[in-house]
Design a protein around this ligand. Structure first.
Ligand SMILES: Nc1ncnc2c1ncn2[C@@H]1O[C@H](COP(=O)(O)OP(=O)(O)OP(=O)(O)O)[C@@H](O)[C@H]1O
Length: 209
């Protein structure tokens, strides 16, 4: 469950004040956030992830007002409850695929369960890359690993920033369908931020900034 209330934000040294529409998602509801380049989509995603602090307004995730808790509690909360699919991949280059997933579980305070890792790699069709180093993966395999890294710890909210921007039509649908499937499996909310109108038909709920 995620809810925002009258969120505004201002970058330091900038005059512009962002004002975002309210979001209210119940368990298992998904949302697509559309908007042209520079409108503030990534800014909103970083606010929802607790990486930026709003100038005013509230973000409530699983009944926690995330900006009312201490920085260290927020970091822990994010590690356990939020899965981020970033535009830039965040895997550790010197580790293999499976070692990256083990590290992700360790950092989120969850026990390392190799059965869960194997299941997820199979779901995402990257089992064959399990022991590969990151720099040997293709773009598509990296994209799937990005999803695996975001969902391995069963977060309550999955936030994806332009997950399809570099993909062709076929892979674009595959990636979004995988995200929707993973969110369903764990009863999570999925929020995808994009300017890619190709994926609009895959969501019943969308807003445009
Ligand atoms: N750290 C920052 N300091 C000042 N301004 C910033 C900062 N980060 C982003 N901005 C500005 O805020 C605006 C919104 O940026 P943001 O990245 O949220 O847009 P976006 O909608 O995600 O764009 P895109 O689709 O191109 O990724 C842009 O004009 C950007 O230049």
């Amino acid at each position: 469950m995620i809810q925002t209330d009258n969120l505004t934000f201002q970058y330091k040294k900038s005059e512009h004040i962002f004002s975002f529409p309210n979001i209210a998602l119940k368990e298992r509801e998904n949302l697509l956030i559309l908007g042209k380049s520079g409108i503030g989509k990534t800014t909103l995603l970083h606010l929802l992830a607790g990486l930026l602090k709003p100038a005013s307004g509230k973000i409530v995730i699983e009944e926690i007002d995330i900006h009312s808790i201490s920085r260290s509690k927020l970091d822990k909360f994010r590690g356990r409850n939020i899965g981020l699919v970033f535009q830039k991949k965040h895997a550790i280059q010197s580790l293999s695929v499976v070692e990256n997933l083990q590290a992700r579980l360790f950092l989120s305070g969850k026990s390392i369960n190799n059965t869960v890792i194997d299941f997820l790699l199979k779901q995402l069709d990257i089992s064959a890359c399990k022991n590969s180093k990151i720099n040997t993966l293709s773009e598509g395999q990296l994209q799937r690993l990005g999803i695996a890294m975001a969902v391995i710890h069963n977060p309550q909210v999955i936030l994806a920033d332009e997950p399809t921007s570099s993909l062709d039509d076929e892979n674009c649908n595959v990636v979004i369908e995988l995200l929707i499937k993973q969110a369903k499996l764990t009863n999570a909310n999925l929020i995808v931020i994009t300017h890619d109108h190709r994926i609009k038909s895959l969501f019943s709920n969308s807003i445009t900034l």
